[in-house]
Design a protein around this ligand. Structure first.
Ligand SMILES: [Ca+2]
Ligand SMILES: [Ca+2]
Ligand SMILES: [Ca+2]
Ligand SMILES: [Ca+2]
Length: 973
């Protein structure tokens, strides 16, 4: 069994009343030269031997306190320390306006006192106006108890610590009680100035740092006192709620952390709060200049007495131990008594409290020092006691505990211990022994007080009130780890916690059910568990059991503490272990069956995608995983595996099976969808005329899928019209890819029958009827809307510029060619005469006569085209008629014809006669400049004779006129 800390059960101490009465008046700013707020202090030394404690010790204590508040000297090291701007002085001006040391000395047994019972009595010994002075009662010992806590069977209690109040009403008890100076006094002074401890036992609430916790925003929240100044302690993680940027450690070096004498710091926020309190609630402390001596003369007043426990009728001798003065004035309750003497004696005939005051002065009575002593006269008996502990748990037949009340009475001979409680016990004497030490059978709120007597004189203490808690067990069960075990069992780990004080004994039953056992349909699971170790009060024990369900799949479990399982529905109590509360005895847990889920449980991927599949299994430890089937998985015996989506594997289901360390298995599936991703598209890039009846087509097939390719056998159909219409004809043959092309886009070339419509349409992977009967494969794809393309068919045509021109004789013309519907790969000009080249695209022609040139071109696909240009020649003048010609077929000057300028419209009549008047040649309405309309020197099919011939030519001009030219021409051979 494992001891666990249970609820931190803090009982708030009774010692630190923080009675805050806010009243507002104009703040008084008594500040010293440094701007500090300075608080006048009086230290009341309460001691069995007060003269053994020196003034210097008190001055040192105040100097040390000032160092603490200035964050200097022995306190300078605190990393978060802050100069508070608050200082303290031993009062130099007394309550009556005289010089004072700010120190009083009282001899009393109350130097060791019980703060629950004797706080009033202590402070009644001596108290200065608490609105004018900070009263510090310096004692030898303090009986008290604080931060009492019970956990796991034992009590922890803090004892013997000082306390400070925050009370501005002027109550005589307001002030600080301490037995230590140094950091303890600094902490108590923090309380007196309105600070709280930096921790709130058991609470980390930090919703508003101005009101939660200590009400100071720069102190991180804490739930426990400091244990040391150096140990790293972080009791709360609610720090960032109030503006801390991160979870800060507890301020264990803070004066208000209760970490011990090592503390050395106030924060800036604490300093501001104390200063604010001083300026408001406690502002009466700051006026009256009580730190300054009222006059300059160096006089001190003090006296002692020879009887510190006066009974009625006792004589008390007072002896001055003053210095620096020569005159003495004694007074009783403010009335001058006695003579001008350093000694004074008086009989006190009646009981009561009397004030004896000594003023000491020199020549000037206005400058005096004074000292007062409170004389408490009674019959001489003082009843006193102190409890050893202040809260217990005790009950008959459950757990008995006792408190030792130690008698500390003075001058008594007989004692009566009186007691009452809120459970019907009237005030009664329970003992006349010196001490009282009894156990308590009945829990309740008790009061005890002591009457002490010496026979004639008696005294009664204050009542001491204390709780006796009910120690009865309060068991509760909580299931915190429940898992399937070997399929048909359940292993349960659970806490049994005891909210009481008495222990839960070994062998206490815990019974488990398969349903809510308050209903009749629940079944008890075997076996009943019996605790194997005791569970201490305010503690938890952890246990584990294995339960038989005898079938798999039970997914809820109920546990009942202190139940022997004898009845369903359950009815508690049903054992002989009594409990304080049965309402918390049942715990339950559900949804603990071992489960595995594949994450994601489904997914859609593209071919080639990779997906991480994870198994989420639990509760508990997984001993094995198995993924199946293994296809496309990176591992199978693993909690996470990569799945790589294959091409054209459209769905895949994987099963994950996990087995727990306790031997329970579960499985689940993930369904992986890999939808079609291919999307083919064809683009017609280029058409070229081919041969006499074909076309060369260049096109590109693309697969739009980012990881796609062009498969083998993918067909492209070509048409002469939109194939969605009825008048389209297939331009055979059908194209089919020869091989798979791994790239997304691939170019292709193909020859098809020539289209007569001026268009070609292409369809890739056609889904229509045409895919049957042709080699290739139909592939499924994402979209068929983008599978068609078209391109206009441009005929292969050659154009020659100029197409028709007239040039001067003996000049040239540059012929230019343009093409549409393709590019020629060869040129052939005819006739070849007078051309600069005959196989080039752009020859220069220099014909000497009218000539028609024809160009024949051919493209790369054996498709031809032809073009013709006409070139006419004219002479240099208006009409130019040669006077001779030589028709010998040498190609030069073989024909006699008329040359004319551009203004020559036509030859109306051109006739030639021989010397016998025989007409050898005639044309009418012919053109000039054309040998075709000239005489080639033949007559009747035979070469004419050489010699001279006469010609007549009537020429019509473009201006409408006509003119007859006649002359002779010589024929030579
Ligand atoms: Ca705080
Ligand atoms: Ca913290
Ligand atoms: Ca209970
Ligand atoms: Ca497509």
């Amino acid at each position: 069994m494992q001891q666990l800390t249970f609820v931190e059960q803090f009982i708030h101490g009774k010692l630190f009343p923080c009675l805050l009465l806010l009243f507002f008046s104009t703040p008084s700013h008594a500040q010293n030269n440094s701007g500090n707020l300075v608080v006048p202090v009086v230290i009341h030394i309460i001691s069995e031997n007060p003269d053994s404690i020196t003034d210097q010790q008190m001055m040192d204590a105040i100097a040390d306190l000032n160092a603490a508040f200035a964050h200097t000297g022995p306190y300078a090291a605190g990393p978060d320390g802050f100069n508070t701007g608050i200082r303290f002085c031993l009062a130099n001006r007394g309550p009556d306006g005289g010089n004072t040391t700010g120190i009083t000395r009282t001899r009393s047994v109350l130097s060791n006192f019980d703060s629950d019972l004797e706080n009033n009595r202590l402070k009644n010994l001596v108290s200065w106006n608490t609105r004018a002075y900070c009263n510090i009662w310096y004692v030898a010992g303090i009986k008290n108890e604080y931060l009492t806590r019970f956990s796991c069977g034992s009590w922890s209690r803090r004892n013997d610590i000082g306390y400070g109040t925050f009370d501005s009403t002027g109550d005589f008890r307001d002030g600080i009680v301490t037995k230590d100076f140094g950091s303890s006094l600094a902490s108590l002074m923090g309380s007196w100035l309105g600070l709280k401890y930096t921790f709130v036992p058991g609470s980390c609430t930090n919703n508003n740092c101005n009101t939660d916790g200590d009400g100071v925003c720069d102190t991180p929240p804490a739930s426990v006192p400091g244990s040391s100044c150096t140990a790293v302690q972080n009791s709360c993680s609610s720090d960032t709620l109030s503006g801390f940027t991160r979870d800060m450690p507890d301020l264990t070096s803070n004066f208000m952390s209760l970490s011990g004498p090592c503390t050395n710091a106030f924060t800036a926020g604490q300093a501001a709060k104390m200063r604010n309190n001083l300026n408001t609630v406690r502002n009466t402390l700051l006026s009256g200049n009580r730190c300054d001596a009222p006059c300059a003369e160096n006089i001190t007043a003090r006296f002692t007495r020879d009887n510190w426990s006066p009974k009625t009728g006792d004589l008390i001798n007072f002896t001055s131990v003053s210095a620096g003065g020569s005159n003495y004035q004694w007074s009783l309750n403010g009335v001058v008594a006695g003579t001008n003497s350093p000694n004074f004696s008086m009989v006190f005939p009646s009981a009561g409290k009397f004030t004896v005051t000594l003023k000491v002065y020199n020549a000037n009575p206005g400058c005096f020092a004074s000292y007062s002593d409170e004389i408490i006269v009674n019959c001489g008996v003082m009843a006193r006691f102190t409890p050893g502990v202040r809260e217990i748990a005790s009950k008959d037949s459950i757990l008995l505990d006792s408190i030792l009340f130690s008698n500390r009475s003075v001058n008594a001979t007989a004692y009566q211990w009186w007691m009452s409680n809120d459970k019907g016990m009237a005030p009664q004497v329970v003992s006349t022994e010196y001490n009282y030490d009894q156990s308590y059978k009945i829990p309740g709120s008790y009061s005890i007080w002591l009457i002490a007597t010496n026979g004639t004189c008696s005294d009664t203490t204050e009542k001491f009130n204390f709780p006796v808690y009910d120690p009865t067990v309060d068991g509760a069960v909580s299931l915190y780890d429940v898992q399937c075990y070997q399929e048909t069992k359940i292993i349960a780990t659970f806490n049994v916690c005891d909210g009481g004080y008495a222990p839960i004994p070994t062998g206490t039953p815990v019974t488990f059910y398969d349903a809510d056992p308050r209903n009749s349909d629940a079944h008890k699971l075997s076996p009943v568990f019996y605790t194997t170790a005791p569970v201490a009060g305010s503690c938890c024990g952890s246990f584990t059991t294995i339960l038989n369900v005898n079938k798999p799949g039970l997914n809820q479990l109920f546990a009942v503490f202190n139940d022997n399982g004898n009845a369903i529905p359950i009815k508690l109590p049903n054992t002989n272990l009594p409990e304080l509360n049965y309402a918390n005895n049942m715990g339950s847990r559900s949804n603990f069956q071992f489960r595995v889920a594949a994450v994601p449980d489904s997914a859609t991927l593209l071919p080639g995608d990779t997906l991480l599949l994870s198994a989420k299994a639990g509760p508990g430890i997984v001993s094995s995983y198995n993924w199946s089937n293994a296809q496309d998985l990176s591992c199978t015996a693993c909690d996470s595996t990569f799945f790589i989506a294959e091409y054209k594997v459209y769905n895949s289901t994987k099963e994950i099976t996990a087995t727990s360390s306790y031997g329970c298995a579960d499985s689940s599936f993930t369904v992986l969808h890999i939808p079609l991703a291919d999307d083919y598209q064809v683009t017609l890039d280029h058409l070229d005329c081919a041969g006499t009846d074909s076309l060369h087509v260049a096109f590109t097939i693309c697969n739009q899928f980012k990881r796609g390719s062009v498969p083998k056998g993918l067909r492209v159909f070509f048409y002469d019209a939109d194939p969605s219409g009825t008048d389209a004809h297939l331009l055979e043959p059908v194209f089919s890819t020869a091989e798979t092309n791994p790239v997304r886009c691939a170019p292709y070339e193909f020859f098809i029958n020539r289209s007569t419509t001026g268009h070609v349409f292409a369809v890739v992977n056609e889904k229509g009827l045409n895919n049957a009967g042709y080699p290739g494969i139909f592939y499924d794809e994402v979209s068929f809307d983008n599978n068609q393309d078209t391109i206009p068919l441009t005929p292969f045509v050659v154009t020659i510029t100029p197409a028709d021109t007239t040039i001067s004789r003996l000049t040239s013309v540059h012929l230019f060619t343009e093409f549409s519907g393709g590019q020629p790969t060869s040129y052939k000009w005819e006739p070849v005469q007078f051309l600069s080249c005959s196989d080039c695209p752009d020859p220069v022609a220099t014909p000497d006569k009218r000539t028609a040139y024809q160009l024949t071109v051919q493209n790369a696909y054996a498709c031809t085209a032809t073009g013709t240009t006409y070139i006419k020649i004219f002479s240099g003048g208006r009409v130019n008629i040669p006077n001779g010609f030589s028709p010998n077929n040498d190609g030069r000057n073989d024909v006699f014809y008329i040359l004319g300028g551009e203004e020559v419209k036509m030859l109306k009549d051109f006739s030639i006669f021989n010397r016998w008047g025989q007409k050898v040649f005639q044309v009418q309405n012919a053109e000039a400049n054309d040998p075709k309309f000239g005489w080639s020197g033949y007559l009747n099919g035979k070469p004419a004779d050489t010699g001279t011939y006469v010609y007549f030519v009537r020429i019509a001009f473009t201006d409408g006129t006509e003119q007859l030219f006649k002359g002779t021409v010589t024929l030579i051979r």
